[in-house]
Write a protein that binds this ligand. Structure first.
Ligand code: URA
Length: 238
């Protein structure tokens, strides 16, 4: 429960003092009833508070989370098939959402936030940031295939030519791949385009952001320096 004037201030409507004036002026309704009393308490998220007929909501603190996504979780907020979502793994009160997507069976680093502006910047195609993946293939891939990936390959389903990728061989069937684009199932499709099947895919870096210690299914808040880095990265200052 919270005093109405404090609640209005937390919604960014006005200062607490300014909110008192707005209440006194009869401009505020709680659950459809005009309130002019200062002492009124409201329940965040349960009571509907309007100012001049428009609903107002508390401004949330901006949070930035790094999750190590396991297989078997979707990155949409809800799934029509009822599969678990990455939001099931993150127990914060803020309403966060994933920045970009990872396939159901892809593991690795995923950022979640409630900062829409930040998310838009991170996902803007012009500033799409580099993402690095560890890839394990069903069969070895020769140097010809690797050379094609480095040059760019044609993705038939999307009618799209990929940009040159950074491909580092780790083993005969294991690679580190860095791409800047984020088309649907892009890494899997790139390897399909050179005749290979991806058996295992994990995102290991977003720009320079890495975390090898974060256990699968666990999350942590990004540090202020990491947030600063990502914001400047998303702003195109590379
Ligand atoms: N590329 C893919 O194929 N899948 C992902 O989840 C991410 C990149």
């Amino acid at each position: 429960m919270m005093r109405l004037q404090k609640y209005l201030a937390s919604c960014g409507v006005a200062s607490r003092r300014g909110a008192e004036e707005i209440i006194a002026a009869g401009r505020v309704q709680v659950n459809g009833v005009t309130v002019t009393e200062m002492g009124t308490s409201v329940e965040e998220y349960d009571d509907e508070v309007t100012v001049d007929g428009k609903a107002v909501y508390p401004e949330e603190k901006k949070v930035y989370i790094l999750l190590s996504k396991p297989k078997g979780y979707v990155t949409t907020a809800t799934d029509p098939q009822g599969r678990p979502t990455v939001l099931d793994l993150v127990d914060v009160k803020e309403r966060v959402f994933p920045v970009g997507r990872l396939d159901l069976n892809t593991e690795g680093l995923l950022i979640l936030t409630n900062d829409g502006e930040f998310a838009n910047k991170m996902m803007h195609p012009r500033y799409e940031c580099e993402k690095t993946y560890f890839v394990r293939l069903a069969e070895p891939l020769g140097e010809d295939g690797v050379a094609q990936l480095r040059k760019g390959v044609w993705i038939e389903e999307e009618q799209f030519m990929t940009s040159p990728a950074t491909v580092v061989r780790k083993d005969e069937n294991k690679f580190s791949v860095t791409i800047r684009e984020g088309k649907k199932r892009q890494v899997r499709r790139m390897f399909e385009a050179v005749g290979s099947k991806v058996l295992y895919l994990r995102r290991t870096a977003i720009g320079e952001l890495r975390d090898t210690k974060l256990e699968k299914g666990k999350w942590r808040y990004l540090t202020p320096d990491e947030v600063k880095y990502l914001i400047s990265y998303a702003n195109g200052k590379r």
